[in-house]
Ligand binder design. Structure first.
Ligand code: MGD
Ligand code: MGD
Ligand code: MO
Length: 682
């Protein structure tokens, strides 16, 4: 008989869905949404709907494997756990005695968002004295830019937006990447709100919106300043709110003077009349609301872009209007006692940090000591990290020892010396926060681990015991760790216990109806139009409308390229599912018909896309959904499913953004030409 068991989606997505998993005779038959989850309400995405095909994928790694052939050739033999861990420990000890602990680099990100497993390697690598990894690849810039204006605080509850009368979706493909927000926006629309999308291309969400402002990538700060110009000039500001809850209005108003809509049109490509119209709607709405995505921040000046967008609510008092406000992330409300889990105190003082965005550089150019061992888990850097050509040169180094824990035989795993089989979320215990809603949920295993798969925590505890590390953290169970996490004293977690969580249902945090009612998280406690902390970082204290630009190859490569997510994949995950690959279709580049015509490119033609960093091959899709001068590649296909085995991150750069040191994934210049090499398509 099929039994339905509660679980939680572990993937890196704001929605953190409640799941009901159909299990019979210890086998997962189906994965559905849990109708009792108040935010996700029984709906799940097409990806997780196909989860059984991931759990039982022919590419699933079921046993520890040791490399047999040359690096990257994908030839492995099955070995025992003891042999694998003994040999890894032997190598690490050798490297530490030859070159010091810093020659070892952990590389992990958000394969699972479970708080326990996500952080399970931190104490081990700190105790080992390994180089620290700065986990900046995704949200660090958005977070830092937003924090300069409003502080590092939780933001508007998406559920409250049903009372908004103007919803601006600013650089988020909500329908694909945060789909459970959409029903709340639709309810607001049913009650009279309009939905406006601000995005460089006509993504799925723009297709369903009332209006789409198609700005040039990297010009958000200018656009927001243009809106401020109209709001201030036409007297639509909330003076009382500004006096009580903000600082620096006079300086801001001075800066805004230089951004009249006709000038902003030249920078952004958005017609001045459209800027004026949106500014008036925003200034006059009863409860204007902004959903910011991560897109505006994936630019070289992305921190400034997010900071400027986050100042708009301050002009009109939107944060204190029911239904209004701004949502970036909800995660700052999950105030766990992280120090007990991270154990940074175990790290030797002064140990170096390496930014994960610059993996290519770290593996090929770093000295004193060079990286001798790379330990990858919860991430697929051969595909997701920028500047793949450099990353691959690094991974191919014969003197680099690589360990990869994975569910699947990914591109990265193929370079490993040892591949360790990882348990999925359906096979392990964890606690899940969300960055899109305010429900905390715990999941216990619903099936036994497949093959010899083990959880991240179990693997690191076994490695620690081989090093004879004696601290408590190397022997605690998931439940003990969760209990520690909850004991932070945070009012948001007040009253939530392990016992409650073990029942498996989502539990709402103690968030007040207006999340901003306690003020803002900046040094002044107010929204900072003028920011001293920006000055302290050597940055402009006021919003600055200069656009972001890829400086490499200007004048030679004439098309901008953005590389946003695709509905059927989650970053590089879900490529393993044939159904989703078929749904995604062949990898394509969207190009405006005008740009295609001048390059002799026709619909469905195979093209070479290139710049100084690298090249990849895709199929052209000629469409007005992208403006002249802009190309779009949606989704991270595994290189093995791309012509000539080259992924899109061949084209992106390791340069760091202005704030938070993240990656400018959407700030690239490329050229496109017909692919004259006649290899048949994949
Ligand atoms: N189906 C699916 N869902 C996902 C993911 C996935 O890969 N697939 N990824 C997950 C992860 S890890 C994350 S972080 C989130 C990301 O979710 P999003 O924020 O939706 O993704 P982004 O890549 O940041 O791109 C968002 C939008 O920003 C636009 N954009 C690019 N440059 C600019 C710019 O300069 N200004 C403006 N205004 N817009 C710009 C892009 O065209 C895109 O439509 O989604 C999560 N959900
Ligand atoms: N060009 C371009 N590149 C991008 C982006 C973009 O928009 N454009 N988006 C960026 C963003 S927002 C992000 S967040 C990063 C994401 O980068 P990653 O965090 O590396 O994301 P995934 O590609 O999903 O790879 C996660 C891997 O972890 C594995 N995994 C999942 N669960 C577990 C587990 O429990 N244990 C172990 N051991 N492994 C597990 C999965 O099988 C998968 O191979 O990519 C970035 N890269
Ligand atoms: Mo991300």
């Amino acid at each position: 008989m099929v039994e339905f068991k509660r679980s939680v989606c572990p993937h890196d997505c704001p929605d953190t869905c409640g799941l009901l998993v159909g299990v019979e005779d210890g086998r997962v038959l189906s994965v559905q949404g849990d109708p009792e989850h108040p935010f996700t309400r029984g709906a799940i995405c097409v990806k997780v709907n196909h989860y059984p095909e991931r759990v039982y994928s022919p590419l699933r790694v079921l046993h520890p494997l040791k490399r047999m052939g040359p690096k990257g050739a994908g030839k492995f033999e099955r070995i025992s756990w003891d042999q694998a861990l003994d040999e890894i420990v032997h190598q690490y000890k050798q490297i530490i005695s030859d070159s010091g602990g810093e020659a070892i680099l952990p590389y992990s990100y958000a394969g699972t968002m479970g708080v326990v497993q996500f952080h399970a390697g931190h104490p081990f690598f700190h105790r080992l004295g390994a180089s620290k990894l700065l986990r900046t690849i995704c949200s660090a810039t958005a977070e830092a830019g937003f924090a300069a204006s409003m502080g590092k605080i939780p933001t508007t509850d998406i559920e409250s937006t049903v009372d908004s009368d103007l919803i601006i979706i600013w650089g988020s493909n909500t329908l694909s990447t945060n789909m459970h927000a959409w029903p709340f926006f639709l309810e607001a629309r049913r009650r009279g709100a309009s939905i406006v999308v601000i995005d460089p291309y006509g993504n799925r969400t723009a297709g369903e919106a009332d209006r789409h402002l198609q700005l040039k990538p990297g010009t958000d700060s200018a656009l927001a300043l243009g809106m401020m110009y109209v709001i201030i000039k036409e007297g639509m500001i909330d003076e009382e709110f500004i006096a009580r809850h903000t600082i620096g209005f006079e300086q801001l108003a001075g800066r805004v003077e230089a951004h009249p809509p006709p000038l902003v049109e030249k920078i952004t490509g958005v017609p001045a009349a459209e800027i004026e119209r949106l500014a008036r709607e925003y200034g006059q709405a009863h409860a204007p609301y902004i959903r910011t995505g991560w897109g505006p921040a994936r630019q070289l000046k992305g921190g400034m872009a997010m900071r400027t967008i986050a100042l708009l609510p301050g002009l009109v008092g939107a944060t204190h209007k029911k239904g209004g406000g701004i949502t970036r992330s909800t995660s700052p409300a999950y105030e766990f006692k992280m120090s007990a889990v991270l154990r940074e105190d175990l790290a030797p003082s002064g140990v170096r940090s390496i930014n994960m965005v610059q993996l290519g550089q770290a593996l090929t150019a770093l000295d004193d000591p060079p990286i001798k061992a790379l330990h990858v888990y919860h991430s697929n850097p051969a595909v997701v990290a920028p500047d793949s050509a450099r990353v691959l040169v690094g991974l191919e180094r014969k003197d680099l020892f690589i360990v990869v824990h994975e569910h699947l035989m990914t591109e990265t795993a193929q370079y490993a010396d040892f591949v360790l089989p990882a348990a999925t979320s359906l096979e392990s215990t964890d606690l899940y926060r969300s960055y899109g809603h305010y429900y905390l949920q715990m999941a216990s295993p619903v099936i036994e681990p497949m093959g010899e798969a083990r959880s991240t925590l179990a693997i690191f505890q076994d490695l620690a015991s081989r090093f004879a590390f004696a601290e408590d953290c190397f022997s605690e169970t998931e439940e003990e760790i969760i209990r520690k996490l909850l004991a932070s004293g945070s009012p948001y977690l007040d009253g939530i216990t392990l016992d409650d969580l073990q029942e498996g249902r989502p539990i709402r945090l103690n968030v007040q109806e207006n999340i901003f009612s306690k003020g803002f998280g900046t040094p002044s406690g107010k929204i900072e139009f003028y920011s001293q902390s920006m000055t302290d970082q050597g940055l402009d204290p006021l919003p600055n409308g200069e656009p972001s630009a890829d400086e490499e190859g200007q004048g030679r490569f004439h098309l901008q390229l953005i590389t946003p997510p695709r509905r059927q994949f989650l970053n590089s995950s879900f490529n393993e599912i044939e159904y989703l690959r078929n749904q995604a279709g062949e990898p394509t580049i969207m190009i405006n018909p005008k740009d295609a015509a001048t390059r002799g490119v026709e619909e469905k033609m195979r093209v070479r896309v290139f710049n100084d960093r690298g090249e990849c091959h895709l199929f052209a899709h000629l469409t007005e959904r992208t403006a002249p001068g802009l190309t779009v590649i949606e989704g991270l296909y595994w290189p093995r499913f791309m012509p000539k085995n080259r992924g899109v991150n061949q084209l992106t750069s390791q340069r760091l953004t202005d704030m938070g040191q993240s990656c400018a994934f959407h700030c690239n210049l490329v050229e496109v030409e017909p692919d004259t090499s006649l290899t048949p398509s994949v």
